[in-house]
Write a protein that binds this ligand. Structure first.
Ligand code: PLP
Length: 388
């Protein structure tokens, strides 16, 4: 199999599995227990907290472990507005967020909050003018993702923070799940109050995430129970997975510069070869800054789902963009927000690279794609008509 869906999830790095194993076996204790097995688990937990903190430029006390990126985003949005001054019932986010943020924002809307969904330009970059215009004294929270999961565009999060902090006391959250491991992430440089991360996007295990919460920032817990994670995320922590996250964060922070350069070269070669080999293809977000390794294209005259199935039958695993949106006939909300027509968006394909792609056979991938597209177009009467 040629795996080209690293933005959906990644295989675990060998060292991550090795680091986790003892915590599935001899160090199985509950980290809240006082006896030795508990203390060993606690030690693993706290070492992982330090590693994740180091990888993002935070203090260990600013790290809250959750059960994934989705939970971290939910905690940020719901927890921040619940703790805000009750007169501040306005939330600002963007129209291209991952569903973890988008659907949380829509839920807040149903609870009576006013939510502004900022527009983006044709490259998928958020409008800072629209942000300035929509900030108000009632704004409690601004949430702008660091890197988009469908097209890979990197948002000007630092500028967002500067604008928000100059005009209001609103908190700023960033969904940085697609940033960590792909671009250097430093929460101090970004200046955000909160940031969400997920281990499985950088070679760690699934089902573990982090909410970075700047010290002295106060949010309301969304889970009530034993008061773990300083009362902000009750529930016995998944120690083995957290240890795996620590190792994955450490490894990816140490290699991010080198791997990123390699992946962005491969992505560019892939992009050029596709454009050369297949007519009527457009690249989404081509002019914006993009994370290395993410390539989103729209292929006219093919339907995304058929394309994915045929690619799969030839051993190529890819995505139409968002894992959650695929399977539905709704065109991607991200591409819609970027002004792509629904018809074009139906032919979207996301190829995303990771650590295992450094020796990708670009030629073979492009040839497979060319064959599949030719076949699909030959049986698509509508394309035959418009193309002639
Ligand atoms: C994958 C992803 C999430 C969700 O993380 P999970 O750990 O899968 O819940 C959130 N935001 C972005 C941008 C993602 O890519």
């Amino acid at each position: 199999m040629i795996y080209l869906d690293y933005a959906a999830t990644t295989p675990m790095i060998d060292e991550v599995i090795t680091a986790m194993l003892p915590y599935q076996q001899q160090f199985f204790g509950n980290p809240s227990s006082v006896y030795a097995a508990g203390r060993q688990a606690k030690k693993g937990l706290e070492e992982a907290r330090e590693k994740v903190a180091d990888a993002i430029g935070a203090q260990p006390a600013e790290i809250i472990f959750t059960a994934g990126g989705t939970e971290a985003d939910n905690l940020a949005l719901k927890g921040a507005v619940a703790k805000a001054d009750p007169r501040r019932r306005h939330v600002i986010t963007t129209s291209i967020e991952h569903h973890a943020v988008l659907h949380s924002a829509e839920w807040l809307e149903r609870q009576g909050y006013r939510v502004t969904f900022l527009p983006v330009d044709n490259n998928g970059i958020v409008s800072l003018d629209a942000l300035k215009a929509s900030l108000s004294p009632e704004t409690a929270l601004v949430s702008v993702m660091l890197a988009n999961n469908e097209v890979g565009t990197v948002q000007p999060v630092r500028e967002v923070v500067d604008i928000v902090k100059a005009h209001s006391r609103a908190l700023v959250h960033t969904d940085a799940v697609q940033g960590l491991g792909k671009v250097p992430v430093d929460v101090e440089d970004l200046g955000v109050d909160m940031a969400a991360f997920a281990a499985h996007k950088l070679g760690g295990p699934k089902g573990v995430g982090v909410l970075y919460l700047r010290s002295k920032t106060s949010i309301a817990p969304q889970l009530h129970g034993g008061g773990q994670e300083r009362g902000l995320r009750s529930g016995t922590p998944n120690v083995a997975a957290i240890v795996g996250f620590g190792t994955a964060a450490e490894i990816s922070a140490s290699e991010v510069a080198e791997v990123s350069q390699q992946l962005s070269d491969i992505r560019d070669r892939l992009q050029e070869s596709i454009l050369r080999a297949i007519p009527d293809v457009t690249v989404n977000g081509a002019e914006g800054p993009r994370v290395p390794g993410t390539l989103s294209v729209c292929i006219r005259g093919v339907e995304g789902e058929s394309l994915l199935l045929m690619l799969d039958s030839k051993g190529v695993a890819a995505s139409s963009g968002s894992a959650c949106a695929s399977g539905s006939l709704e065109p991607s909300h991200v591409l819609m927000a970027m002004g792509v027509s629904p018809e074009t968006a139906h032919g979207s394909l996301r190829l995303s690279l990771g650590r295992g792609s450094v020796d990708l056979d670009v030629k073979a991938v492009v040839e497979t794609l060319r064959q599949v597209v030719t076949r699909l177009r030959s049986i698509a009467p509508r394309f035959a008509k418009t193309a002639s």
